[in-house]
Design a protein around this ligand. Structure first.
Ligand code: SF4
Length: 71
């Protein structure tokens, strides 16, 4: 399963932790805000770690049933 991923751009501070955890999923755009480049680019474990380590807790994960998994 790949999580469906939503980043709250209003909350993101461009810390880049998500990019470090899952570099094939997240990139920083030209406003230094995280965007999802490829939701299936890294393992579920890495994506979950990215969400858990985000200092703003602004990475939201959903499963295939559209249920919020994190936070
Ligand atoms: S870890 Fe959170 S605050 Fe930092 S760039 Fe990623 S989404 Fe934004």
């Amino acid at each position: 399963m790949s999580y469906k991923i939503y980043v709250d751009r209003d909350e993101c501070i461009g810390a880049g932790t998500c990019v470090e955890c899952a570099p094939n999923v997240f990139v920083l755009d030209d406003e230094n805000i995280a965007i999802v480049f490829d939701a299936a680019g890294d393992s579920d474990e890495d994506v979950l770690a990215a969400a858990q380590d985000c200092p703003q807790q602004c990475v939201y994960l959903f499963n295939d049933a559209e249920e919020q998994v994190y936070p």
